[in-house]
Design a protein around this ligand. Structure first.
Ligand SMILES: NC(=O)C1=CN([C@@H]2O[C@H](COP(=O)(O)OP(=O)(O)OC[C@H]3O[C@@H](n4cnc5c(N)ncnc54)[C@H](OP(=O)(O)O)[C@@H]3O)[C@@H](O)[C@H]2O)C=CC1
Ligand SMILES: N[C@@H](CC=O)C(=O)O
Length: 404
């Protein structure tokens, strides 16, 4: 039986998970592919760390050694940041290897150019693991894109921040204790700023935007806010009102323009994201024919992410890999755009709320919470007038449970 030789770049949470899964599923992979899959080499930063790697596998800190291997079919990239990951993948493509990446920061910026290069060299690019860990969002979108026009994508795309918010609420952990636990479980990025300040969800959103809408919005125009500003008191106060904080990423076409945001949002019990807890991610995709599809599952961690990489491995080897179909923005999509108009908001204010002479409708009010309906420009005005207050959009049907 012939073999597929794979190099894994990075042997952290993801790289090690891929290595272990290839070994634990050798027989199944052989059956599915009709070829043996073997790990030929592993690239790491520091060669001196103790690792459980078979001594027949080349372990190196020099990528050129990997490129010089006599036979190499697939390069799986699971290192951190844009460089040297991009350069390594370009070289791998030029050597006519299929590539698979989990690196969303690199792929959000350079995904299209890598795909172009891959096409020119007759190889495929797998990137399922860049978005939502083990949840097959990319494959699903590509299936839908055969005929549906995507209208909107919304969901929880960062496992670490969802885990932190859940732990703070249910187990009374402090922010830093919850973050530490997420790091120990392998959910958080090497620099967890990416997780807790919303960059990680932002990169994932940009990858989804390119698939769904054939382009990305101007990055500077996408509001991005993480979870570091949310206090334990705010989480508890919201819970008493029957609300939960979630870091929600959303992207849609509005009048021909791609509009996106990443920000902490409150959801009510009736909202589908209310019960998405811990490291779970959930992505809801709205297509013009199918309506709304929601996918849910583990958004980070060793085996869920390895699962996404291995599914890509099967696709690239079979040659039916998902090259993103860029669908240029066309006329007509505007008609389907959603006019956001008035939204529901919770204003949390330590001092007196200044709400006069702005078009808001106050639904209910307690000592330091105001539940109101207003549009985004009005909320901007209110933010300027109420420096100490925080404003969070509320999704789902709101029913005030108790006063706080
Ligand atoms: N953790 C997760 O749940 C998920 C992570 N991802 C993405 O996958 C990638 C890897 O994440 P993760 O495994 O968590 O990261 P880790 O920090 O756990 O591991 C990174 C690995 O990459 C190696 N490495 C880093 N820089 C270089 C370099 N310049 N040259 C060679 N090797 C290098 C490190 O080597 P050494 O061991 O010697 O330090 C380490 O083995 C990231 O891009 C991340 O965003 C995607 C989905 C889920
Ligand atoms: N750090 C990321 C890992 C997966 O993409 C997350 O927490 O979601």
């Amino acid at each position: 039986m012939s073999s597929i030789r794979v190099a894994i770049l990075g042997f952290g949470t993801v790289g090690e998970g891929v290595y272990k899964t290839i070994n634990s599923h050798k027989e199944k992979l052989s059956k599915v592919l009709g070829k043996r899959v073997e790990v030929a080499a592993v690239l790491v930063k520091s060669k001196n760390k103790n690792r459980e790697i078979d001594n027949r596998v080349l372990v190196t800190d020099d990528f050129e050694e990997i490129l010089n291997l006599e036979k190499l079919d697939v390069v799986v990239e699971a290192i951190v940041g844009q460089e040297p990951a991009l350069t390594y993948l370009q070289k791998a493509i030029q050597k006519e290897c299929h590539i698979i990446t989990a690196n969303k920061e690199m792929f959000a910026v350079h995904g299209s150019e890598l795909q172009k290069l891959a096409k020119e060299n007759g190889v495929s690019v797998g990137f399922e693991a860049t978005v939502a860990g083990g949840v097959p969002v990319i494959q699903t979108l590509q299936q839908l894109l055969n005929i549906n026009q995507i209208k909107k994508i919304e969901g929880i795309l960062n496992g670490t921040s969802n885990y932190i918010l859940s732990e703070m609420r249910t187990n009374d952990l402090s922010f830093s204790a919850a973050l530490q636990a997420a790091q120990e479980k392998g959910y958080a990025e090497a620099d967890p700023t990416n997780d807790v300040e919303g960059y990680d969800a932002f990169y994932k959103l940009m990858i989804l935007s390119e698939i769904a809408f054939g382009g990305k919005p101007e990055w500077a125009m996408v509001p991005r806010e993480g979870i570091t500003g949310i206090t334990e008191e705010q989480i508890k106060g919201a819970e008493k009102l029957g609300l939960r904080f979630k870091l929600i990423a959303s992207i849609q076409l509005v009048n021909g323009t791609i509009i996106g945001s990443v920000r902490p949002t409150l959801v009510t019990e009736t909202h589908p994201l209310f019960n998405i807890e811990g490291v779970e991610n959930s992505v809801s995709i709205e297509g013009d024919i199918v309506g709304r599809i929601t996918l849910q599952g583990p958004g980070a961690g060793m085996l869920p992410t390895a699962s996404a990489v291995i599914e890509d491995l099967i696709h690239v080897v079979r040659g039916n890999q998902n090259t993103v179909t860029l669908c240029p923005l066309s006329n007509g999509e505007d008609e389907r755009a959603e006019d956001k108009g008035n939204q529901n908001w919770l204003m949390i204010h330590p001092g007196e709320a200044q709400l006069t002479s702005v078009p808001v409708s106050v639904v209910t009010q307690t000592d330091n919470h105001v539940y109101l309906k207003a549009d985004e420009p009005t909320i901007s005005t209110l933010r300027k007038r109420n420096h100490q207050a925080s404003f969070f959009e509320v999704l789902g049907e709101f029913q005030l449970k108790k006063s706080v």
